[in-house]
Write a protein that binds this ligand. Sequence first.
Ligand code: DHB
Length: 394
Amino acid sequence: MTTTVRTRVAIVGAGPAGLLLAQLLRTAGIESVVIDSRSRDEIEQTIRAGILEEGTVQALLAAGVDTHAHQVGMRHDGIELRFDGVGHRIDFAELVDRGVWLYPQHLVLQDLLSTLVPAGHDVRFGLTAQRVEDVDGERPRVIAVDAEGAETEIAAEIVVGADGSHSIVRKAMSGSRAGLYREYPFAWFGILCEAPPSAPELIYSNSPNGFALISQRSDTVQRMYFQCDPDVDPDVYTQEQLWEILQTRVPGTTLKEGPIFQRDVLQFRSFVARDLRRGRVALVGDAAHTVPPTGAKGMNLAIADVLLLGGALRAFLLENDARPLDGYEQAALHRIWKAQNFSWWMTSMLHQMPEASDFDRMRQLGELRSVTDSRAGRTYLAEAYTGWPMESFG
Ligand code: DHB
């Protein structure tokens, strides 16, 4: 037995990209159905990145999302780059007159779902997309199954893959011609702990022992990361060992320690899909690209894709104008490659390569000094970190 659902836009994936797209379409009077293999609880509780560009918060507010980013989030007007045991502040407010918001992704998801679900939007949890049929036709279809194996077919005018880095929609579009990528010989070990903040702003630290990032979540919960081997088992370290590793990587600051209640390992990859659109099927967010986490571009880039695609779909579905949709890939790639460059650059400048020579390490310190000693260098970092202006069609 297969249940068939008809809608205008089928969105695979209820992450920030899929849900914001649904909200943009809904406010334009365009019906869509969102499916996700996870439960609502899982989506709302998974710990992910924490930094929103001001443009991302504006985009959520402009779309009518009931977000608490400005109330609950913390505004940060700068970050610290630390190397050679000395901190150097990058003053975003002074350099580019912008800031960022520390507001974790799971709260963005709670905001989006508590905007969409009470409004009666069709969001289906526990429904796993298996394939997309008729990719090149006028009515592409998403075939999905629930936990009991019951099949649902969603027939739409447009299918959007917002289904993350292992995207089924991308596979249906491009097969094994997935895209361009590079790997990194390290990962991040992330912890959440109960402690007060160790510093007023985020610290990105280059140390001879490897990179560390001291981030925050609230007055009582902190998020920290350190560079690790990609194959490390998160349970091998005792809490004392984790604190020792972190302390040695932020020389010059004494971290405020407390019980570590969560640990995870984040893999690093840079990836851009070969096709962002084929006919009536398009990709947004991690389905279209992955960035390493240094510089916090992932979710912000996903939101930027959605602003472009949302406008293109409005033109296509309401005015029968296909030109913005035809321009989506090129317009999105413009920002995507800038963000790829920034994320790669922050990563390469701050981490220790396992095979680095003394020359490589000294050159890296020279690069960091070139940034912090120069207003132009600091301004580039500030501009990229806080986000280039968001673009949209129409
Ligand atoms: C966080 C993650 C990042 O990748 C980053 O660059 C800054 C902050 C975070 O999770 O807090």
